[in-house]
Write a new protein. Structure first.
Length: 668
């Protein structure tokens, strides 16, 4: 067995890069037609696996492979444009990022420089975390995956080279199977880690590696079994169709990268194997415009996310589609310039020698790590001033997480003294973060209120059913939620001091299409309105049977806009806070679903509607003067909760709700 030929330039591979980068950019720009544009990253992974394996195996065959040469080429390819984008981003981060965002950005500078940004973003992503679309360096997670692959894969091949070459292909196939199995399992059990980490992405790289092995060692044998022209045409066209299908048919609810990811990755593999200048797909991908886009695709990938993220930070509300279209075009213009004047010169060994390349890599990495460390230590350079006269720290504190009595009460059942104001509580605050954010309001209306807080993020106040948000909160999490609500039930049954149960949630997670409902008895249903209402009424009825008056608080009205960020940016840039107010006509699908849910509940139980407190006629307020009501798109800030609670006497309404409940049931 021997390699048939050295690696030859294939323009259709550069054209395939264009197929990958365009949907990625348009997906991140928010264009709905490209809802599955994230699969472009998977296309890149397959291409990387193919090219890197081809290079290493070809050089091993010729006896010229060197780890130092390999890492030098990777440094020349990756670092110049990456460091340029990171450097250019610095002044915009300084001018426009709030301290919490600046701290996150600073941490990402360190993570990118040490090839672990995928691990950082895996750990950062959470319920209270900043929206990913606001992170300028979020997209570097895929570079980290590839960089980790570049470190480990050559060492693995050098080891396997000592044995039979046929074992190399077997190892690729075994790796692909095990990694795909892990990805499919992870899509259900640990979806965030599954998305970001190398072990569950490795199978995509292994597809490309297996194709490289085929071209080098098996192509002649396999080709005798196929009729070239018509089979190539059909299979290459099928591959292109599979990628396009994934781009337009997938969305963020698809479990990924599990079995669904086979569609774009196998499609990519078919194009690599069967496209050529002799068929239509090969000629299409080899056209000048496709090859041109492909050549600058790496720089375009680097530029687009910072442009989009900083645009979102700079304007009070979401930039328009036209703005994103212009930014997309601008990212390709910047990509051409950085390819022409940075990428290309750095690849030329006559321009920059090996020592200079490694010195550049070390000095650049150390510099960005130092800047990132400074941003982390200073809490995002929080003492920077703003045009409103406040420090950024003062504005940022308005957006701090509103955990109720304590952050210790956020995510696990606890009877800690920090999560109660009395050893004999009369008011139970039960639910998720929408219950947490009410506590300051209750206390501001009655500082002597005897409260105990039992809250778990996204886990609504239902005794026997929990939501399954397949992409973020899978079945294993739902079981934790059921365990939590079981502890609440047991505690209530063992204690008789509680008179009122204040319950709240967005409720939409129980009714929105695409989610699921896991019952305590193990049954599973698709989320739907009737089942959710029935389960909730059963919970409220059980509370009544314990002698506890249930009081339901609605969620705040939402439109999908992060009002906390809008208010913070208005304060940062000296704009009017009123720009962040919104119309009832802009209510999101989640808000509408929650209010329909509560309409059914309100027939039997009192519901305190927060929208009545923040909306007047057709418009809704996000602030009272300099007091931020919202801390993000959906939660009350601590100061906003206290202000509303005092203005509208939350505690008094809780007590009055008991008589309203009895009146409703008497009317039945």
């Amino acid at each position: 067995m021997h390699a048939e030929s050295e690696m030859k330039y294939r323009p259709e591979i550069d054209g395939l890069r264009a197929v990958a980068i365009l949907p990625v950019v348009l997906f991140h720009a928010g264009f709905g037609t490209f809802s599955g544009g994230f699969v472009g990253v998977d296309v890149f992974f397959v291409i990387s696996g193919y090219l890197i394996t081809t290079i290493i195996l070809s050089e091993k065959e010729q006896g010229i492979f060197s780890l130092v040469n390999f890492y030098e080429r990777r440094a020349r390819r990756i670092l110049p444009a990456l460091f340029l984008v990171m450097f250019v981003s610095l002044p915009f981060a300084w001018m426009w990022l709030m301290p919490s965002d600046m701290r996150d950005y600073s941490q990402s500078l360190m993570a990118v420089s040490t090839f672990v940004s995928n691990i950082l973003f895996w750990k950062e992503t959470g319920y209270w975390g900043a929206g990913n679309e606001f992170k300028p360096l979020l997209h570097t997670w895929s570079l980290a995956v590839e960089e980790q692959y570049y470190v480990l894969f050559p060492l693995f091949l050098m080891l396997m080279w000592q044995f039979r070459k046929s074992w190399i292909l077997s190892s690729f196939l075994l790796t692909a199977v095990l990694s795909l199995w892990a990805a499919q399992w992870g899509a259900t059990h640990h979806p965030v880690a599954n998305f970001f980490l190398l072990p569950t992405r490795g199978w995509e790289l292994a597809i490309g590696a297996s194709i490289a092995f085929y071209f080098l060692y098996r192509k002649h044998t396999m080709r005798t079994l196929l009729t070239h022209k018509y089979v190539d045409e059909l299979l290459a066209m099928s591959g292109l169709f599979m990628i396009v299908y994934a781009v337009v048919a997938f969305d963020e609810t698809v479990p990924f990268p599990g079995l669904y990811a086979l569609i774009p990755t196998v499609g990519t593999g078919l194009i690599i194997v069967f496209s050529s200048p002799q068929n239509m797909v090969g000629r299409l991908l080899a056209t000048r415009i496709m090859v041109g886009i492909g050549l600058i695709s790496y720089s375009a990938y680097l530029w687009h996310q910072p442009l989009f993220a900083f645009a979102r930070h700079r304007v009070p509300l979401e930039p328009s589609e036209q703005s994103f279209l212009l930014l997309s075009a601008f990212s390709f213009l910047l990509a051409y310039l950085s390819w022409r004047f940075v990428e290309s010169p750095f690849r030329n060994k006559r321009v920059l020698g090996r020592k200079a390349v490694f010195a550049f890599a070390i000095i650049g990495s150390v510099a960005f790590i130092a800047i990132g460390l400074a941003g982390h230590v200073t809490d995002g350079f929080a003492n920077r001033s703003t045009e409103s006269g406040l420090t950024l720290r003062a504005i940022d504190e308005k957006l701090a997480g509103n955990y109720g009595l304590s952050r210790k009460c956020e995510d696990a059942f606890t009877l800690s003294s920090e999560c109660r104001t009395s050893d004999h509580p009369e008011v139970l605050v039960w639910g998720d973060s929408y219950a947490m954010h009410l506590v300051q309001g209750i206390l501001s209306s009655n500082p002597d209120a005897k409260i105990i807080q039992m809250t778990k993020s996204v886990c609504g106040p239902f005794f026997d059913v929990a939501p399954v948000l397949k992409k973020i909160y899978p079945t294993s999490w739902a079981r934790d939620c059921l365990e939590f609500s079981g502890h609440v039930r047991e505690w209530l049954q063992a204690n008789d001091s509680v008179k009122y149960a204040v319950v709240s949630s967005p409720f939409s997670q129980y009714v929105m299409q695409g989610n699921g409902l896991l019952y305590r008895n193990g049954d599973y249903k698709d989320a739907n309105m009737d089942a959710a209402v029935q389960a909730f009424l059963h919970t409220l009825g059980e509370l009544e049977a314990m002698g506890i008056a249930p009081v339901v608080f609605s969620p705040l009205p939402q439109s999908g806009v992060n009002f906390g960020r809008c208010l913070a940016r208005a304060g940062h840039f000296g704009l009017s806070f009123d720009e962040c107010d919104f119309s009832k006509d802009e209510l999101s699908k989640q808000s509408m679903a929650a209010y329909r849910f509560l309409d059914s509940v309100e027939e039997r139980y009192p519901v305190i509607r927060l929208d009545d407190f923040v909306c007047d006629g057709a418009s809704c307020r996000t602030h009272f003067g300099a007091t931020f009501l919202y801390r993000d798109s959906e939660h009350l800030s601590a100061e906003g909760s206290a202000r509303l609670g005092k203005m509208h006497d939350f505690y008094g309404k809780i007590v009055d709700a008991d008589s309203r409940r009895l009146a409703l049931q008497t009317a039945e």
